[in-house]
Design a binder for this molecule. Structure first.
Ligand code: DP6
Length: 324
């Protein structure tokens, strides 16, 4: 086999979070989640089979150690699926600051899943791609799809997948306050394991997130932006509360994160409906409606944070170059 393909995938931000696994090897999550794929952050990955070893270059730098092994283990899954044994060269470019809580692993493994399987001559359905991408990084299962996506936790490999969630015209947009684009101190993978293993609040997180998930599906179906935003914000705060209860405690927040959260409350009080969510990093993502993007982004910019990005919903993964 020697084949070469390129794929592009966009990152996604969860409105109902995934935080904790019941099966680490298969990445079966404890709870179902809902996300919004963003147009602003994307990864483009080219995979070429027929190398003498697996090699990975990310944004021009060769990877080694744990990140390179993680890609190699993922390529093992594609080798198993295709019945081939060659190694691959992987060249990837991010417009997402890598490992800063802007979901680079989601777009990264979604693009890798699509490029590696296409280059290997496999033709997977979107659901099969979602199942495969999940095993690279859980959140990548959702980046197979554009706009709103739902990842059903499921109970085994075949039942844990994402699919598109119909958006009845919510007109969503996101303003990202980049508080710090540097690498985080603890990965989401390690932090969610620590939370599950040591936080007395983990069980409460799991049970409350299940209730939030059901509420989110109802709110989306009803086109109720207020409810969508309220649920997204409280679900994110509860996830962070569960990590604060870990031993040692995990906190991704920085002073500017807190200033952003306060600003969002003030904007709401002044009549602009917007809601905050945060992931495994200090950046604050503000969910609003498209007509409010300019005013929300100007307000966030006035805080003097490191950067502000605005984003509309983005597309699902696509192969842009396939073997002829
Ligand atoms: C806070 O998908 O990065 O962004 O499956 O271990 O690779 P692994 O974790 P990852 O975790 C994402 C956590 C989150 C919430 C979310 O995206 O749902």
């Amino acid at each position: 086999m020697s084949g070469r393909s390129t794929a592009v995938a966009h990152s996604n931000i969860a409105l109902i979070k995934y935080w904790g696994k019941v099966d680490s090897r298969l990445a079966i999550p404890a709870t179902s989640s809902v996300s919004l794929t963003l147009d602003a952050y994307r990864t483009e990955t080219t995979v070429e089979w027929g190398n003498d070893r697996d090699s990975v270059v990310l944004d021009g730098d060769p990877l080694s150690g744990v990140p390179a092994d993680r890609v190699s283990r993922f390529l093992d899954l594609v080798r198993d699926l295709s019945g081939r044994s060659e190694y691959a060269s992987v060249v990837s470019r991010n417009t997402v600051p890598t490992a800063a809580g802007l979901a680079s692993s989601a777009s990264g493994f979604a693009a890798l899943a699509a490029a590696a399987t296409s280059a290997a001559g496999l033709s997977l359905s979107p659901r099969e791609l979602s199942i495969l991408a999940r095993k690279g990084s859980g959140s990548a299962s959702r980046s197979i799809f554009g706009g709103l996506a739902v990842w059903y936790a499921g109970t085994d490999d075949a039942s844990s997948y994402a699919e598109p969630l119909h958006d009845p015209g919510l007109d969503l947009a996101m303003v990202v306050a980049v508080v710090n684009a540097g690498t985080k101190e603890i990965s989401s993978r390690d932090a969610m394991r620590l939370t599950a293993d040591t936080s007395p609040y983990y069980d409460a997180w799991v049970s409350s997130s299940r209730v939030d998930f059901a509420g989110m599906l109802e709110a989306v179906a009803a086109g109720d932006f207020t409810r969508v935003g309220e649920l997204a914000e409280s679900n994110a705060m509860r996830m962070h509360a569960s990590m604060l209860g870990s031993t040692p405690p995990v906190s991704y927040w920085e002073p500017d994160s807190v200033r952003c959260l306060r600003l969002v409350r003030e904007l709401r009080a002044a009549g602009t409906e917007c809601y905050a969510t945060m992931d495994a990093g200090p950046n604050v993502k503000v969910l609003c409606r498209r007509p409010d993007v300019a005013s929300v982004s100007a307000a966030v910019g006035s805080l003097g944070v490191a950067g502000v990005t605005t984003s509309l919903p983005g597309p699902g993964v696509r192969v842009t170059e396939a073997p002829r």
